[in-house]
Design a protein around this ligand. Structure first.
Ligand SMILES: Nc1ncnc2c1ncn2[C@@H]1O[C@H](COP(=O)(O)O)[C@@H](OP(=O)(O)O)[C@H]1O
Ligand SMILES: [Mg+2]
Length: 269
C-alpha cells in the first residue's frame, strides 16, 4: 500500500475554511493508511520506511491540494527542512507523518502517532494527533477534556529508548513513577488521558516531534514548555527543539525548578 493506492475520501466541507478540521482529517486518514501499511506483512526497517514514506507522501499531497499557499515542514522531507522560504511564510504546517516509527514496527504496540500542526504568525494555532492504535484523533477543534487525576503519586512518561539523563534523580526527588513509552505524541496524549501526569524529555528532538502534541495539550489546559520552563518556539531556522515538558499545571513549577537546578550543575551539551 502506497499513498497513491489509497483513497483518503473527501474531507468534511468545513475543512475548506477551518484549519482545525483539516488538521484532524489529514492526521486521521494518514493514520488509516499507516494501519493498512502495517497489515501488509513487512517487518523491521522495511516496515518503518514504508510507513514513513506513505504517510509523508499522503500528507504532502493533501496539504498541497487543500492549502496550496501554505508552507510545509515535514520530518520526512530534507527539502522541506532546507527550504528557508518557510521562515518568511505566514502559515507553515509542521508535520511528523509517523512519530514513534520504532514502535510502529513492533505490532501490536499502540504508542505511535501522526502529527499535523499549523504555525501561523509566530505561534502554533491548530493541530491534531492521530493515535490509530487507540482509534482516536486528538485535536484542537474539539480539545480533549483531561479527566480528574487518578494517581496521587506523579507518573512521568519518558522515552523507552532515550530517557533524559536526569530523570531518575527527578523521579526520586518528587517520588514519581516512570512510565517508559514510545512516540512523543503518544506520551503527550498519555498526559491528556490521565495515563500519566507529565512527559519530560531532553537530549534531542525536533519541532515536528512536539508541535502537534503541544498545541493539542495547550488547548486541553495542560502546561507546555521547554524542560526548564522556557517558551517553546516553532518555525525556527534551526529545527532542533531538544527538550520538552508537558504536564498537569500543578506539577510544572516543581519539575522546571528541578531541571533548572540540574542544568546549572550539568549544562546540556
Ligand atoms: N535524542 C534524540 N535525538 C533526536 N530525536 C529524538 C531523540 N529522542 C527522541 N527523539 C525523537 O522523538 C520521538 C519520540 O522518541 P521516543 O519514542 O524515544 O520518546 C521520535 O520521533 P520519530 O519516531 O518520529 O523518529 C524520536 O526520533
Ligand atoms: Mg517524531
Amino acid at each position: 500500500m502506497t499513498d497513491t493506492d489509497f483513497d483518503p475520501g473527501t474531507p468534511p466541507a468545513e475543512a475548506a475554511h477551518d484549519d482545525h478540521v483539516l488538521a484532524t482529517w489529514t492526521a486521521t486518514v494518514a493514520g488509516r493508511l499507516l494501519t493498512e501499511v502495517r497489515g501488509q506483512g513487512l517487518e523491521g526497517r522495511e516496515l518503518k520506511d514504508a510507513g514513513d514514506k506513505a504517510a509523508h507522501d499522503l500528507l504532502m499531497r493533501l496539504l498541497r491540494e487543500h492549502r496550496p499557499d501554505d508552507a510545509v515542514l515535514s520530518e520526512e522531507s530534507a527539502a522541506s527542512i532546507a527550504d528557508k522560504s518557510r521562515l518568511t511564510s505566514r502559515r507553515v504546517w509542521i508535520v511528523d507523518p509517523l512519530d514513534g516509527t520504532r514502535e510502529f514496527s513492533e505490532p501490536p504496540r499502540d504508542d505511535w502517532a501522526v502529527h499535523v500542526a499549523l504555525w501561523q504568525d509566530g505561534d502554533l494555532v491548530a493541530g491534531a494527533v492521530a493515535q490509530p492504535g487507540l482509534d482516536t484523533t486528538f485535536d484542537t477543534g474539539q480539545p480533549p477534556v483531561v479527566p480528574p487525576r487518578t494517581s496521587a503519586r506523579p507518573r512521568i512518561a519518558v522515552s523507552r529508548t532515550r530517557p533524559p539523563e536526569f530523570v531518575k534523580a527527578l523521579a526520586e526527588q518528587i517520588d514519581a513513577e516512570l512510565v517508559p513509552m514510545g512516540s512523543a505524541g503518544a506520551k503527550v496524549i498519555s498526559v491528556v488521558r490521565d495515563v500519566t501526569d507529565a512527559y519530560v524529555h531532553a537530549g534531542g528532538q525536533y519541532e515536528w516531534d512536539s508541535a502537534a502534541p503541544v498545541v493539542v495539550a495547550r488547548a486541553s489546559g495542560l502546561h507546555t514548555s521547554r524542560a526548564d520552563g522556557a517558551p517553546l518556539e516553532y518555525n525556527q531556522d534551526d529545527v532542533l527543539l531538544p527538550d520538552l515538558l508537558v504536564c498537569r499545571p500543578e506539577l510544572a513549577e516543581t519539575i522546571t525548578e528541578f531541571v533548572k537546578a540540574y542544568w546549572a550543575e550539568h549544562p546540556p551539551a
